[in-house]
Design a protein around this ligand. Sequence first.
Ligand SMILES: Cc1cc2nc3c(=O)[nH]c(=O)nc-3n(C[C@H](O)[C@H](O)[C@H](O)COP(=O)(O)OP(=O)(O)OC[C@H]3O[C@@H](n4cnc5c(N)ncnc54)[C@H](O)[C@@H]3O)c2cc1C
Ligand code: SF4
Length: 567
Amino acid sequence: MSQVIRSPKMYDVCVIGSGAGGGTAAKILTEGGLSVVLLEAGPPVYPEKDFKMLMWPYELPHRGAGVGGHAGENFSEFLAPNGAWKIADEPYTSAPGSNFQWFRSRIVGGRTNHWGRIALRFAPIDFRSATRDGLGDDWPITYDDLAPYYDKVESYIGVFGTHENVSSAPDGMFLPPPKPRCTDLIVKKACDKIGVICIPSRLAILTRSVNGRLPCHYCGQCGRGCVTASNFSSSQVMIPPAMKTGKLTMITGAMAREVLLGKDGKAEGVSYIDKATLTEKRVNARAVVLAASACESARLLLNSKSSQFPDGLANSSGAVGRYLTDSVGSDGWGIIPQLEKMPPHNHDGVGGMHMYIPWWKFDRKNDFPRGYHIEFGGGREMPGVGEFNDLLHEEEGYGATLKKRARQVYGTGIGMAGRGEMIPNPDTYCEIDRNVVDKWGIPVLRFHFKWSEYEIRQAKDMQETFRAIIEAAGGEYKTKTPISGERPFGIAEGGKIIHEVGTARMGADPKSSVLNGYCQAHDVKNVFVVDGAPLVTNPDKNPTLTIMALSWRASEYLLDEAKKGNL
Ligand SMILES: Cc1cc2nc3c(=O)[nH]c(=O)nc-3n(C[C@H](O)[C@H](O)[C@H](O)COP(=O)(O)OP(=O)(O)OC[C@H]3O[C@@H](n4cnc5c(N)ncnc54)[C@H](O)[C@@H]3O)c2cc1C
Ligand code: SF4
Protein backbone atom coordinates (compact mmCIF):
# COMPACT_ATOMS: atom_id res chain seq x y z
CA MET A 1 0.00 0.00 0.00
CA SER A 2 1.33 3.44 -0.88
CA GLN A 3 2.23 5.74 1.97
CA VAL A 4 -0.20 8.55 2.82
CA ILE A 5 1.55 11.81 3.70
CA ARG A 6 -0.20 13.46 6.64
CA SER A 7 0.09 17.11 7.54
CA PRO A 8 -0.03 17.69 11.30
CA LYS A 9 -1.91 20.96 10.85
CA MET A 10 -5.59 21.08 11.80
CA TYR A 11 -7.68 23.54 9.76
CA ASP A 12 -11.14 24.71 10.76
CA VAL A 13 -12.60 23.81 7.36
CA CYS A 14 -11.51 21.93 4.24
CA VAL A 15 -13.33 23.16 1.11
CA ILE A 16 -13.13 20.93 -1.98
CA GLY A 17 -13.39 22.88 -5.26
CA SER A 18 -13.06 26.60 -5.97
CA GLY A 19 -15.93 27.22 -8.44
CA ALA A 20 -19.22 29.01 -7.81
CA GLY A 21 -20.04 27.17 -4.57
CA GLY A 22 -16.51 26.62 -3.24
CA GLY A 23 -15.27 30.15 -3.98
CA THR A 24 -18.27 31.65 -2.17
CA ALA A 25 -17.71 29.38 0.85
CA ALA A 26 -13.98 30.20 0.97
CA LYS A 27 -14.75 33.93 1.00
CA ILE A 28 -17.46 33.83 3.69
CA LEU A 29 -15.67 31.35 5.96
CA THR A 30 -12.28 33.10 5.89
CA GLU A 31 -13.82 36.55 6.30
CA GLY A 32 -15.69 35.08 9.28
CA GLY A 33 -12.31 34.23 10.83
CA LEU A 34 -12.00 30.47 10.14
CA SER A 35 -8.83 28.89 8.77
CA VAL A 36 -9.64 27.18 5.49
CA VAL A 37 -7.69 24.77 3.31
CA LEU A 38 -9.06 24.67 -0.24
CA LEU A 39 -8.28 21.61 -2.36
CA GLU A 40 -8.55 22.39 -6.08
CA ALA A 41 -7.93 19.72 -8.71
CA GLY A 42 -6.87 22.22 -11.36
CA PRO A 43 -3.98 24.70 -11.63
CA PRO A 44 -4.13 28.42 -10.78
CA VAL A 45 -5.44 30.80 -13.46
CA TYR A 46 -3.42 33.83 -14.61
CA PRO A 47 -5.90 36.05 -16.52
CA GLU A 48 -3.27 38.20 -18.28
CA LYS A 49 -1.59 35.11 -19.68
CA ASP A 50 -4.44 32.58 -19.88
CA PHE A 51 -7.43 34.63 -21.16
CA LYS A 52 -7.52 35.38 -24.88
CA MET A 53 -9.78 38.43 -24.59
CA LEU A 54 -8.05 40.64 -27.16
CA MET A 55 -6.65 38.02 -29.52
CA TRP A 56 -7.42 37.68 -33.25
CA PRO A 57 -8.43 34.27 -34.62
CA TYR A 58 -5.28 34.15 -36.77
CA GLU A 59 -3.12 34.45 -33.65
CA LEU A 60 -4.43 31.15 -32.31
CA PRO A 61 -2.85 27.79 -33.06
CA HIS A 62 -4.44 26.36 -36.25
CA ARG A 63 -6.06 29.79 -36.78
CA GLY A 64 -8.57 28.90 -34.08
CA ALA A 65 -9.78 25.60 -35.54
CA GLY A 66 -7.91 23.55 -32.93
CA VAL A 67 -6.01 20.32 -33.38
CA GLY A 68 -7.83 18.26 -36.03
CA GLY A 69 -10.38 21.09 -36.43
CA HIS A 70 -12.08 20.06 -33.19
CA ALA A 71 -12.00 23.35 -31.25
CA GLY A 72 -15.72 23.98 -31.89
CA GLU A 73 -16.61 20.90 -29.86
CA ASN A 74 -15.49 22.73 -26.72
CA PHE A 75 -17.21 26.01 -27.71
CA SER A 76 -14.00 27.32 -29.33
CA GLU A 77 -10.27 27.58 -29.01
CA PHE A 78 -10.95 30.97 -27.44
CA LEU A 79 -12.76 29.54 -24.41
CA ALA A 80 -11.15 30.33 -21.06
CA PRO A 81 -8.68 27.52 -20.29
CA ASN A 82 -9.11 24.03 -18.84
CA GLY A 83 -12.83 23.50 -19.40
CA ALA A 84 -13.89 20.67 -21.72
CA TRP A 85 -16.32 17.87 -22.50
CA LYS A 86 -13.49 15.36 -22.22
CA ILE A 87 -10.74 15.63 -19.64
CA ALA A 88 -7.54 13.68 -20.04
CA ASP A 89 -7.04 11.05 -17.32
CA GLU A 90 -10.58 11.53 -15.94
CA PRO A 91 -13.05 9.31 -17.80
CA TYR A 92 -16.68 8.70 -16.91
CA THR A 93 -19.11 6.20 -18.40
CA SER A 94 -22.74 6.13 -19.51
CA ALA A 95 -25.01 3.11 -19.09
CA PRO A 96 -26.30 1.51 -22.32
CA GLY A 97 -29.04 3.69 -23.81
CA SER A 98 -27.82 6.79 -21.94
CA ASN A 99 -25.60 9.39 -23.53
CA PHE A 100 -24.80 11.79 -20.74
CA GLN A 101 -22.44 14.67 -21.51
CA TRP A 102 -20.41 16.13 -18.65
CA PHE A 103 -18.58 19.43 -19.10
CA ARG A 104 -15.95 19.87 -16.40
CA SER A 105 -13.37 22.50 -15.61
CA ARG A 106 -10.12 21.84 -13.87
CA ILE A 107 -8.80 25.25 -12.86
CA VAL A 108 -9.15 27.69 -9.98
CA GLY A 109 -12.65 29.16 -10.32
CA GLY A 110 -13.99 26.04 -12.04
CA ARG A 111 -16.70 26.60 -14.62
CA THR A 112 -17.23 30.21 -13.51
CA ASN A 113 -14.30 30.99 -15.82
CA HIS A 114 -16.41 29.68 -18.71
CA TRP A 115 -20.05 30.28 -17.86
CA GLY A 116 -22.45 32.54 -19.79
CA ARG A 117 -22.95 34.81 -16.72
CA ILE A 118 -26.76 34.49 -16.95
CA ALA A 119 -27.73 35.12 -13.33
CA LEU A 120 -31.43 34.47 -12.64
CA ARG A 121 -33.17 34.03 -9.29
CA PHE A 122 -35.46 31.07 -8.79
CA ALA A 123 -39.05 32.20 -8.19
CA PRO A 124 -41.08 31.60 -4.98
CA ILE A 125 -43.13 28.91 -6.79
CA ASP A 126 -39.94 27.02 -7.76
CA PHE A 127 -39.46 26.08 -4.08
CA ARG A 128 -43.08 24.87 -3.80
CA SER A 129 -43.86 23.46 -7.25
CA ALA A 130 -44.65 19.94 -5.99
CA THR A 131 -47.44 21.35 -3.84
CA ARG A 132 -48.89 22.91 -6.98
CA ASP A 133 -48.67 20.03 -9.46
CA GLY A 134 -47.77 16.96 -7.37
CA LEU A 135 -44.51 16.23 -9.23
CA GLY A 136 -41.20 15.77 -7.43
CA ASP A 137 -40.72 17.38 -4.03
CA ASP A 138 -40.82 20.77 -2.38
CA TRP A 139 -37.71 22.36 -0.94
CA PRO A 140 -37.28 22.46 2.86
CA ILE A 141 -36.67 26.23 2.52
CA THR A 142 -38.68 28.98 0.83
CA TYR A 143 -37.84 31.85 -1.48
CA ASP A 144 -38.02 34.19 1.52
CA ASP A 145 -35.27 32.19 3.26
CA LEU A 146 -32.97 32.62 0.26
CA ALA A 147 -33.95 36.14 -0.87
CA PRO A 148 -31.54 37.97 1.51
CA TYR A 149 -28.71 35.83 0.12
CA TYR A 150 -29.67 36.54 -3.49
CA ASP A 151 -29.46 40.21 -2.45
CA LYS A 152 -26.00 39.70 -0.95
CA VAL A 153 -24.63 37.76 -3.94
CA GLU A 154 -26.03 40.16 -6.55
CA SER A 155 -24.81 43.24 -4.67
CA TYR A 156 -21.35 41.75 -4.28
CA ILE A 157 -20.76 40.22 -7.72
CA GLY A 158 -22.72 42.78 -9.79
CA VAL A 159 -25.70 41.72 -11.90
CA PHE A 160 -27.47 43.99 -14.37
CA GLY A 161 -31.19 43.92 -15.07
CA THR A 162 -34.44 45.83 -14.65
CA HIS A 163 -37.42 45.65 -12.31
CA GLU A 164 -40.25 44.02 -14.25
CA ASN A 165 -42.54 42.34 -11.71
CA VAL A 166 -42.80 39.07 -13.69
CA SER A 167 -43.77 36.40 -11.16
CA SER A 168 -41.69 33.62 -12.79
CA ALA A 169 -38.55 35.83 -12.78
CA PRO A 170 -38.15 37.76 -9.52
CA ASP A 171 -36.37 41.12 -9.61
CA GLY A 172 -33.06 41.59 -7.81
CA MET A 173 -30.44 44.14 -6.79
CA PHE A 174 -29.60 45.25 -10.30
CA LEU A 175 -27.04 47.46 -12.00
CA PRO A 176 -28.42 49.32 -15.03
CA PRO A 177 -28.64 47.08 -18.13
CA PRO A 178 -26.81 47.76 -21.41
CA LYS A 179 -28.92 49.24 -24.22
CA PRO A 180 -30.80 46.82 -26.48
CA ARG A 181 -29.16 46.17 -29.83
CA CYS A 182 -30.82 46.09 -33.21
CA THR A 183 -31.73 42.39 -33.09
CA ASP A 184 -33.03 42.76 -29.53
CA LEU A 185 -35.46 45.42 -30.70
CA ILE A 186 -36.63 43.26 -33.61
CA VAL A 187 -37.31 40.28 -31.32
CA LYS A 188 -38.98 42.47 -28.69
CA LYS A 189 -41.33 43.94 -31.32
CA ALA A 190 -42.19 40.45 -32.59
CA CYS A 191 -42.81 39.22 -29.03
CA ASP A 192 -45.11 42.16 -28.30
CA LYS A 193 -47.10 41.23 -31.41
CA ILE A 194 -47.75 37.66 -30.25
CA GLY A 195 -48.08 38.26 -26.51
CA VAL A 196 -44.70 36.93 -25.33
CA ILE A 197 -42.85 38.80 -22.56
CA CYS A 198 -39.39 40.07 -23.57
CA ILE A 199 -37.29 42.03 -21.05
CA PRO A 200 -33.68 43.13 -20.47
CA SER A 201 -31.52 40.16 -19.50
CA ARG A 202 -29.82 39.60 -16.13
CA LEU A 203 -26.11 38.90 -16.39
CA ALA A 204 -23.25 38.98 -13.86
CA ILE A 205 -21.40 41.69 -15.79
CA LEU A 206 -20.58 45.14 -14.44
CA THR A 207 -22.13 48.11 -16.20
CA ARG A 208 -20.75 50.25 -13.36
CA SER A 209 -17.68 49.82 -11.19
CA VAL A 210 -18.28 47.57 -8.15
CA ASN A 211 -15.76 47.11 -5.30
CA GLY A 212 -12.96 48.54 -7.44
CA ARG A 213 -13.63 46.21 -10.41
CA LEU A 214 -13.76 48.06 -13.71
CA PRO A 215 -17.02 48.28 -15.66
CA CYS A 216 -17.35 46.33 -18.90
CA HIS A 217 -15.82 47.95 -22.00
CA TYR A 218 -18.21 46.04 -24.31
CA CYS A 219 -15.71 43.93 -26.21
CA GLY A 220 -18.28 41.12 -26.32
CA GLN A 221 -15.81 38.35 -25.46
CA CYS A 222 -16.95 37.13 -22.03
CA GLY A 223 -16.54 33.41 -22.73
CA ARG A 224 -12.81 33.94 -23.17
CA GLY A 225 -12.51 35.23 -19.59
CA CYS A 226 -12.25 38.92 -18.78
CA VAL A 227 -8.84 40.43 -18.08
CA THR A 228 -10.44 43.44 -16.37
CA ALA A 229 -12.59 41.16 -14.15
CA SER A 230 -15.67 43.05 -15.33
CA ASN A 231 -17.67 39.85 -15.42
CA PHE A 232 -17.96 37.36 -12.59
CA SER A 233 -15.62 34.47 -12.08
CA SER A 234 -14.94 32.91 -8.70
CA SER A 235 -11.21 33.01 -9.48
CA GLN A 236 -11.24 36.81 -9.83
CA VAL A 237 -14.01 37.83 -7.43
CA MET A 238 -14.35 35.26 -4.59
CA ILE A 239 -10.84 33.84 -4.16
CA PRO A 240 -8.88 37.15 -3.95
CA PRO A 241 -10.77 38.50 -0.88
CA ALA A 242 -10.46 35.09 0.79
CA MET A 243 -6.70 35.16 0.13
CA LYS A 244 -6.49 38.68 1.53
CA THR A 245 -7.70 37.49 4.93
CA GLY A 246 -4.52 35.43 5.31
CA LYS A 247 -6.77 32.57 6.45
CA LEU A 248 -6.90 30.66 3.16
CA THR A 249 -4.43 27.94 2.20
CA MET A 250 -5.10 26.91 -1.39
CA ILE A 251 -3.59 23.66 -2.65
CA THR A 252 -3.88 23.40 -6.45
CA GLY A 253 -3.36 20.19 -8.42
CA ALA A 254 -5.04 18.39 -5.49
CA MET A 255 -7.55 15.75 -6.59
CA ALA A 256 -9.69 14.88 -3.56
CA ARG A 257 -10.23 11.16 -3.30
CA GLU A 258 -12.25 10.62 -0.15
CA VAL A 259 -13.69 12.33 2.91
CA LEU A 260 -12.27 10.61 5.99
CA LEU A 261 -14.53 9.65 8.86
CA GLY A 262 -13.32 9.60 12.46
CA LYS A 263 -14.30 7.12 15.15
CA ASP A 264 -16.71 9.71 16.57
CA GLY A 265 -18.79 9.55 13.37
CA LYS A 266 -17.62 12.97 12.20
CA ALA A 267 -15.49 13.85 9.20
CA GLU A 268 -11.90 14.48 10.25
CA GLY A 269 -10.21 15.35 6.98
CA VAL A 270 -9.81 14.63 3.28
CA SER A 271 -7.36 12.46 1.39
CA TYR A 272 -6.22 13.72 -2.00
CA ILE A 273 -3.82 12.95 -4.80
CA ASP A 274 -1.07 15.50 -5.33
CA LYS A 275 -1.09 15.42 -9.15
CA ALA A 276 2.46 16.77 -9.42
CA THR A 277 4.06 14.01 -7.36
CA LEU A 278 1.35 11.33 -7.73
CA THR A 279 1.45 10.85 -3.97
CA GLU A 280 -1.55 10.53 -1.70
CA LYS A 281 -1.77 13.19 0.98
CA ARG A 282 -4.20 14.09 3.71
CA VAL A 283 -5.42 17.29 5.31
CA ASN A 284 -7.19 17.47 8.66
CA ALA A 285 -10.15 19.75 9.31
CA ARG A 286 -12.95 20.22 11.82
CA ALA A 287 -15.51 20.47 9.02
CA VAL A 288 -15.57 19.51 5.33
CA VAL A 289 -17.39 21.49 2.63
CA LEU A 290 -17.82 19.69 -0.70
CA ALA A 291 -18.05 22.00 -3.73
CA ALA A 292 -16.48 19.92 -6.47
CA SER A 293 -19.61 20.34 -8.71
CA ALA A 294 -22.85 18.39 -8.30
CA CYS A 295 -21.78 15.07 -9.81
CA GLU A 296 -18.17 15.18 -8.61
CA SER A 297 -19.36 15.78 -5.02
CA ALA A 298 -21.73 12.80 -5.36
CA ARG A 299 -18.75 10.77 -6.58
CA LEU A 300 -16.70 11.84 -3.55
CA LEU A 301 -19.47 10.89 -1.13
CA LEU A 302 -20.07 7.54 -2.84
CA ASN A 303 -16.34 6.78 -2.80
CA SER A 304 -16.06 7.66 0.92
CA LYS A 305 -17.07 4.29 2.34
CA SER A 306 -16.72 3.17 5.94
CA SER A 307 -18.26 0.59 8.21
CA GLN A 308 -20.76 3.24 9.33
CA PHE A 309 -21.55 4.26 5.73
CA PRO A 310 -20.94 1.22 3.50
CA ASP A 311 -22.90 2.86 0.65
CA GLY A 312 -21.05 6.15 0.81
CA LEU A 313 -20.72 8.98 3.31
CA ALA A 314 -23.93 10.64 4.47
CA ASN A 315 -25.89 8.26 2.24
CA SER A 316 -28.16 6.46 4.69
CA SER A 317 -31.08 7.70 2.53
CA GLY A 318 -29.59 6.19 -0.66
CA ALA A 319 -30.30 9.56 -2.30
CA VAL A 320 -26.67 10.40 -3.20
CA GLY A 321 -26.43 10.40 -7.01
CA ARG A 322 -30.23 10.19 -7.42
CA TYR A 323 -32.56 13.01 -8.54
CA LEU A 324 -30.03 14.14 -11.15
CA THR A 325 -31.45 16.66 -13.61
CA ASP A 326 -30.16 18.96 -16.36
CA SER A 327 -32.07 21.77 -18.05
CA VAL A 328 -34.23 20.87 -21.02
CA GLY A 329 -32.62 22.49 -24.07
CA SER A 330 -33.68 22.94 -27.67
CA ASP A 331 -32.23 25.47 -30.11
CA GLY A 332 -33.31 27.01 -33.39
CA TRP A 333 -32.58 29.89 -35.72
CA GLY A 334 -34.04 31.97 -38.49
CA ILE A 335 -33.11 34.58 -41.07
CA ILE A 336 -34.51 38.10 -40.94
CA PRO A 337 -34.27 39.47 -44.51
CA GLN A 338 -34.80 43.09 -43.40
CA LEU A 339 -31.39 42.89 -41.70
CA GLU A 340 -29.67 42.43 -45.08
CA LYS A 341 -30.28 46.06 -45.86
CA MET A 342 -29.03 47.42 -42.56
CA PRO A 343 -26.37 50.12 -42.82
CA PRO A 344 -23.25 49.31 -40.78
CA HIS A 345 -24.05 50.13 -37.16
CA ASN A 346 -22.55 49.69 -33.72
CA HIS A 347 -23.26 46.27 -32.26
CA ASP A 348 -20.85 46.53 -29.31
CA GLY A 349 -22.08 45.10 -26.05
CA VAL A 350 -21.48 42.54 -23.35
CA GLY A 351 -20.51 39.00 -24.26
CA GLY A 352 -24.04 37.72 -23.93
CA MET A 353 -27.64 38.60 -24.57
CA HIS A 354 -28.97 42.10 -23.79
CA MET A 355 -32.60 40.91 -23.69
CA TYR A 356 -34.32 37.60 -22.99
CA ILE A 357 -37.73 35.97 -22.71
CA PRO A 358 -38.63 34.82 -19.18
CA TRP A 359 -41.25 32.06 -18.75
CA TRP A 360 -44.41 33.83 -19.77
CA LYS A 361 -47.09 31.11 -19.77
CA PHE A 362 -47.04 30.57 -15.99
CA ASP A 363 -50.72 31.46 -15.62
CA ARG A 364 -52.02 29.00 -18.28
CA LYS A 365 -52.67 25.31 -18.59
CA ASN A 366 -49.89 23.91 -20.77
CA ASP A 367 -49.48 20.32 -21.98
CA PHE A 368 -46.25 19.93 -19.98
CA PRO A 369 -45.38 20.80 -16.37
CA ARG A 370 -43.35 23.85 -15.25
CA GLY A 371 -41.78 26.11 -17.89
CA TYR A 372 -38.83 27.43 -19.88
CA HIS A 373 -37.16 30.72 -20.78
CA ILE A 374 -35.63 31.72 -24.10
CA GLU A 375 -32.16 33.12 -24.65
CA PHE A 376 -31.51 34.71 -28.02
CA GLY A 377 -28.82 36.51 -29.96
CA GLY A 378 -27.69 37.62 -33.36
CA GLY A 379 -26.39 40.65 -35.18
CA ARG A 380 -23.11 41.88 -36.50
CA GLU A 381 -20.66 41.15 -33.77
CA MET A 382 -17.03 40.20 -34.33
CA PRO A 383 -17.24 37.04 -36.50
CA GLY A 384 -16.11 33.92 -34.67
CA VAL A 385 -13.95 31.08 -35.92
CA GLY A 386 -15.84 29.07 -38.59
CA GLU A 387 -18.59 31.71 -38.76
CA PHE A 388 -19.15 31.24 -42.49
CA ASN A 389 -18.98 27.45 -42.64
CA ASP A 390 -22.72 27.07 -43.32
CA LEU A 391 -22.65 29.75 -46.00
CA LEU A 392 -19.83 27.94 -47.80
CA HIS A 393 -21.97 24.82 -47.90
CA GLU A 394 -25.07 26.63 -49.12
CA GLU A 395 -23.68 29.08 -51.71
CA GLU A 396 -22.19 28.37 -55.12
CA GLY A 397 -19.17 30.35 -56.32
CA TYR A 398 -15.99 31.85 -54.92
CA GLY A 399 -13.96 35.06 -54.81
CA ALA A 400 -15.72 38.44 -54.99
CA THR A 401 -19.21 36.97 -55.50
CA LEU A 402 -18.93 34.78 -52.43
CA LYS A 403 -17.53 37.63 -50.33
CA LYS A 404 -20.40 39.87 -51.41
CA ARG A 405 -22.89 37.23 -50.36
CA ALA A 406 -21.12 36.77 -47.01
CA ARG A 407 -21.36 40.53 -46.36
CA GLN A 408 -25.05 40.49 -47.33
CA VAL A 409 -26.09 37.67 -45.03
CA TYR A 410 -23.73 38.32 -42.15
CA GLY A 411 -25.73 39.38 -39.11
CA THR A 412 -29.15 38.47 -40.53
CA GLY A 413 -29.56 35.33 -38.42
CA ILE A 414 -31.20 35.23 -35.01
CA GLY A 415 -30.55 32.19 -32.82
CA MET A 416 -32.83 31.06 -30.00
CA ALA A 417 -32.23 28.66 -27.13
CA GLY A 418 -34.96 27.35 -24.83
CA ARG A 419 -33.92 26.38 -21.31
CA GLY A 420 -36.57 24.55 -19.29
CA GLU A 421 -37.28 22.52 -16.20
CA MET A 422 -36.78 18.77 -16.05
CA ILE A 423 -38.70 16.70 -13.50
CA PRO A 424 -36.44 14.19 -11.64
CA ASN A 425 -37.17 10.60 -12.69
CA PRO A 426 -36.01 7.20 -11.39
CA ASP A 427 -34.11 6.41 -14.62
CA THR A 428 -31.80 9.39 -14.28
CA TYR A 429 -28.96 9.17 -11.75
CA CYS A 430 -25.23 8.63 -11.35
CA GLU A 431 -23.46 5.83 -9.49
CA ILE A 432 -19.95 4.46 -9.14
CA ASP A 433 -18.78 2.37 -12.09
CA ARG A 434 -17.19 -0.66 -10.44
CA ASN A 435 -15.03 -1.43 -13.49
CA VAL A 436 -13.39 1.89 -14.35
CA VAL A 437 -10.97 4.09 -12.44
CA ASP A 438 -9.27 7.36 -13.35
CA LYS A 439 -5.53 7.91 -13.67
CA TRP A 440 -5.19 7.97 -9.89
CA GLY A 441 -7.15 4.81 -9.29
CA ILE A 442 -10.29 6.60 -8.10
CA PRO A 443 -13.50 4.86 -9.24
CA VAL A 444 -15.38 6.97 -11.80
CA LEU A 445 -19.04 7.84 -12.28
CA ARG A 446 -21.45 6.01 -14.51
CA PHE A 447 -24.48 7.99 -15.71
CA HIS A 448 -28.03 6.91 -16.44
CA PHE A 449 -30.14 9.50 -18.21
CA LYS A 450 -33.63 9.59 -19.68
CA TRP A 451 -35.92 12.40 -20.77
CA SER A 452 -39.61 11.81 -20.07
CA GLU A 453 -42.61 12.81 -22.16
CA TYR A 454 -42.85 16.02 -20.04
CA GLU A 455 -39.52 17.32 -21.32
CA ILE A 456 -40.13 16.25 -24.91
CA ARG A 457 -43.43 18.13 -24.99
CA GLN A 458 -41.61 21.14 -23.62
CA ALA A 459 -39.00 20.97 -26.42
CA LYS A 460 -41.86 20.82 -28.96
CA ASP A 461 -43.37 23.96 -27.46
CA MET A 462 -39.97 25.68 -27.64
CA GLN A 463 -39.68 24.93 -31.37
CA GLU A 464 -43.19 26.23 -32.02
CA THR A 465 -42.44 29.44 -30.11
CA PHE A 466 -39.13 30.05 -31.90
CA ARG A 467 -40.92 29.73 -35.23
CA ALA A 468 -43.75 32.04 -34.12
CA ILE A 469 -41.32 34.76 -33.01
CA ILE A 470 -39.15 34.59 -36.14
CA GLU A 471 -42.19 34.68 -38.39
CA ALA A 472 -43.73 37.57 -36.41
CA ALA A 473 -40.45 39.40 -37.09
CA GLY A 474 -40.94 38.87 -40.83
CA GLY A 475 -38.28 36.19 -40.98
CA GLU A 476 -37.91 32.62 -42.14
CA TYR A 477 -37.45 29.91 -39.50
CA LYS A 478 -34.71 27.56 -40.68
CA THR A 479 -34.43 24.84 -38.05
CA LYS A 480 -35.95 21.48 -38.80
CA THR A 481 -36.23 18.90 -36.02
CA PRO A 482 -37.47 15.30 -36.05
CA ILE A 483 -40.57 14.43 -34.03
CA SER A 484 -39.10 11.15 -32.79
CA GLY A 485 -35.76 9.34 -32.50
CA GLU A 486 -32.95 10.12 -30.08
CA ARG A 487 -33.54 13.86 -29.96
CA PRO A 488 -37.18 14.65 -30.75
CA PHE A 489 -37.82 18.36 -31.33
CA GLY A 490 -34.08 18.97 -31.04
CA ILE A 491 -33.96 18.16 -27.30
CA ALA A 492 -30.31 18.28 -26.24
CA GLU A 493 -28.54 15.23 -24.81
CA GLY A 494 -28.64 15.03 -21.00
CA GLY A 495 -25.90 17.16 -19.46
CA LYS A 496 -25.39 19.21 -22.63
CA ILE A 497 -26.89 22.37 -21.12
CA ILE A 498 -24.32 22.10 -18.23
CA HIS A 499 -26.91 22.67 -15.49
CA GLU A 500 -26.62 19.26 -13.79
CA VAL A 501 -27.87 19.43 -10.20
CA GLY A 502 -29.73 17.50 -7.49
CA THR A 503 -27.36 14.63 -6.65
CA ALA A 504 -27.27 15.25 -2.87
CA ARG A 505 -30.54 17.05 -2.48
CA MET A 506 -31.74 18.85 0.61
CA GLY A 507 -35.00 17.94 2.29
CA ALA A 508 -36.90 17.90 5.55
CA ASP A 509 -36.90 14.08 5.70
CA PRO A 510 -33.51 12.37 6.25
CA LYS A 511 -34.97 9.19 4.74
CA SER A 512 -35.30 10.75 1.28
CA SER A 513 -32.69 13.52 1.28
CA VAL A 514 -29.00 13.94 2.01
CA LEU A 515 -28.84 17.48 3.40
CA ASN A 516 -30.93 19.76 5.58
CA GLY A 517 -31.99 23.26 4.51
CA TYR A 518 -28.52 24.61 5.37
CA CYS A 519 -26.75 22.18 3.00
CA GLN A 520 -25.55 20.23 6.07
CA ALA A 521 -25.54 16.42 5.89
CA HIS A 522 -28.31 14.85 7.96
CA ASP A 523 -25.99 11.94 8.81
CA VAL A 524 -22.70 13.76 9.55
CA LYS A 525 -23.17 17.24 10.91
CA ASN A 526 -19.70 18.58 10.07
CA VAL A 527 -20.12 17.78 6.35
CA PHE A 528 -21.71 20.34 3.99
CA VAL A 529 -22.30 20.30 0.21
CA VAL A 530 -22.52 23.72 -1.48
CA ASP A 531 -22.45 23.19 -5.25
CA GLY A 532 -25.38 22.21 -7.49
CA ALA A 533 -25.96 18.93 -5.62
CA PRO A 534 -28.35 20.30 -2.91
CA LEU A 535 -30.90 21.68 -5.42
CA VAL A 536 -34.31 19.99 -5.08
CA THR A 537 -35.70 21.31 -8.36
CA ASN A 538 -33.99 22.61 -11.48
CA PRO A 539 -36.37 25.33 -12.68
CA ASP A 540 -35.96 27.09 -16.01
CA LYS A 541 -33.57 29.54 -14.37
CA ASN A 542 -29.85 28.78 -14.84
CA PRO A 543 -28.61 27.47 -11.46
CA THR A 544 -25.40 29.32 -10.60
CA LEU A 545 -26.81 32.38 -8.81
CA THR A 546 -28.81 30.00 -6.62
CA ILE A 547 -25.73 27.83 -5.96
CA MET A 548 -23.89 30.93 -4.72
CA ALA A 549 -26.83 32.15 -2.59
CA LEU A 550 -27.18 28.69 -0.97
CA SER A 551 -23.43 28.48 -0.37
CA TRP A 552 -23.36 31.96 1.22
CA ARG A 553 -26.26 30.99 3.50
CA ALA A 554 -24.74 27.59 4.40
CA SER A 555 -21.37 29.23 5.14
CA GLU A 556 -22.91 31.79 7.51
CA TYR A 557 -24.71 28.93 9.25
CA LEU A 558 -21.47 26.92 9.47
CA LEU A 559 -19.71 29.96 10.99
CA ASP A 560 -22.45 30.27 13.59
CA GLU A 561 -22.41 26.59 14.44
CA ALA A 562 -18.60 26.64 14.70
CA LYS A 563 -18.77 29.59 17.11
CA LYS A 564 -21.30 27.71 19.24
CA GLY A 565 -19.05 24.63 19.24
CA ASN A 566 -21.75 22.56 17.53
CA LEU A 567 -19.70 20.96 14.75
C1 LIG B 1 -19.87 27.19 -21.19
C2 LIG B 1 -20.72 27.25 -19.96
C3 LIG B 1 -21.76 28.17 -19.89
C4 LIG B 1 -22.54 28.24 -18.72
N1 LIG B 1 -23.46 29.25 -18.62
C5 LIG B 1 -24.13 29.42 -17.47
C6 LIG B 1 -24.97 30.57 -17.27
O1 LIG B 1 -25.06 31.44 -18.13
N2 LIG B 1 -25.64 30.68 -16.10
C7 LIG B 1 -25.55 29.75 -15.11
O2 LIG B 1 -26.21 29.90 -14.09
N3 LIG B 1 -24.72 28.68 -15.26
C8 LIG B 1 -24.01 28.50 -16.39
N4 LIG B 1 -23.13 27.45 -16.52
C9 LIG B 1 -23.03 26.48 -15.41
C10 LIG B 1 -22.13 27.00 -14.30
O3 LIG B 1 -20.83 27.16 -14.77
C11 LIG B 1 -22.17 26.00 -13.15
O4 LIG B 1 -23.51 25.89 -12.69
C12 LIG B 1 -21.34 26.43 -11.95
O5 LIG B 1 -20.04 26.77 -12.29
C13 LIG B 1 -21.33 25.27 -10.96
O6 LIG B 1 -20.59 25.64 -9.83
P1 LIG B 1 -19.95 24.54 -8.89
O7 LIG B 1 -19.32 25.25 -7.75
O8 LIG B 1 -20.99 23.51 -8.62
O9 LIG B 1 -18.87 23.78 -9.80
P2 LIG B 1 -17.70 24.29 -10.72
O10 LIG B 1 -17.82 25.72 -11.04
O11 LIG B 1 -17.61 23.33 -11.84
O12 LIG B 1 -16.41 24.12 -9.79
C14 LIG B 1 -15.99 22.87 -9.32
C15 LIG B 1 -14.51 22.96 -8.96
O13 LIG B 1 -14.15 21.80 -8.24
C16 LIG B 1 -12.92 21.30 -8.72
N5 LIG B 1 -12.91 19.84 -8.49
C17 LIG B 1 -13.67 18.90 -9.10
N6 LIG B 1 -13.41 17.70 -8.60
C18 LIG B 1 -12.46 17.87 -7.64
C19 LIG B 1 -11.79 16.98 -6.77
N7 LIG B 1 -12.05 15.67 -6.75
N8 LIG B 1 -10.87 17.50 -5.92
C20 LIG B 1 -10.60 18.83 -5.90
N9 LIG B 1 -11.22 19.72 -6.72
C21 LIG B 1 -12.15 19.24 -7.57
C22 LIG B 1 -12.92 21.66 -10.20
O14 LIG B 1 -11.61 21.68 -10.71
C23 LIG B 1 -13.60 23.01 -10.18
O15 LIG B 1 -12.67 24.06 -10.01
C24 LIG B 1 -22.32 27.34 -17.65
C25 LIG B 1 -21.27 26.41 -17.74
C26 LIG B 1 -20.47 26.37 -18.86
C27 LIG B 1 -19.33 25.41 -18.91
S1 SF4 C 1 -17.73 42.13 -22.76
FE1 SF4 C 1 -17.21 43.24 -20.90
S2 SF4 C 1 -17.22 41.73 -19.25
FE2 SF4 C 1 -17.17 40.62 -21.20
S3 SF4 C 1 -14.98 40.24 -21.57
FE3 SF4 C 1 -15.49 42.19 -22.62
S4 SF4 C 1 -15.05 43.77 -21.08
FE4 SF4 C 1 -15.12 41.83 -19.99
